[in-house]
Write a new protein. Sequence first.
Length: 62
Amino acid sequence: MNKKEIYSIAIGSALGTSIGVTVGAVMGNVSTGLISGSIFGTLLGVILAFTILKEKDNSKET
């Protein structure tokens, strides 16, 4: 894993967690929001990392 992948996963996780906590707080259950937020955030970060990797692979081919 290079730095770009790690950063994108970290950013995605942080974004997803904050979204999850906000949604959880609005719905009145912060712990549920935290759990779903961290899962959602990790998925978001992984998707972001793969998107960046695909773009990098495409630029190598051209």
